[in-house]
Design a protein around this ligand. Sequence first.
Ligand code: 6PG
Length: 235
Amino acid sequence: TDEVEWWEYDDVAEMAAAVAGDIAFIIESAIDARGAAVVALAGGTTPIPIYEKLSSAKLDWKRVTVVPGDERIVPLGDPLSNVTALARYFLPKGARVIPIVPNAIADYKAAGRSADALMQDLHWPLDLCLLGVGNDGHAASIFPGPDFDEAVNGPKERRALGVLPDPMPIEAPVPRVTLSLAAITAARALLIAVRGQEKRDIIETAIRQGPSSPYPVGLVLAGTDLPVDIHWAPA
Ligand code: 6PG
């Protein structure tokens, strides 16, 4: 992208209201244009207040499919399960919420294959990919490190993959499944929501570095032709 716009808020609640409004608009427009909306939503803690707000939007929820853009390989119901958080907010609204990692799968490669097969059945490209960013510059579960190359250079048609980041991310040290870079950058809309100065600095560095950035978020930004809105609130 050559168009990044920063949106700064005083606090997380203000950011949540604004981002939820943007997502609701994207969903509505997708339903108007194509009769349905498929959105990949971020895991982690930052977006929870966004989901809380979004779930009270008046939308034709039964036409909406929600998938986690990345998932931790843990049983459904586990506090680390991204889809469990999404299901809490969007299932009661009537949306289809897809657990991309079946309960029985513990192996990250098998989980990647299963998520990949499932993603092929969704309408494509995604109408929206909402991303958070980690303190190491990771986006979705594409981490800097040994798995980075596979995520970035893997087959371009691949839509999901299993990763075993090494070292495991401190905030949730479990293996992951993630949309690939190709899948993320193909989305019709990309939004980023982050908290704290540290993440802002990382994203600004990544933007300056362009396509040679060692930060996955830098490659997402360099890899999309879309304008990207980055929403920021203090930690
Ligand atoms: C995940 C993510 C991940 C997340 C960042 C930021 O499942 O861990 O989707 O990419 O967005 O780690 O997480 P916080 O919002 O908790 O800081």
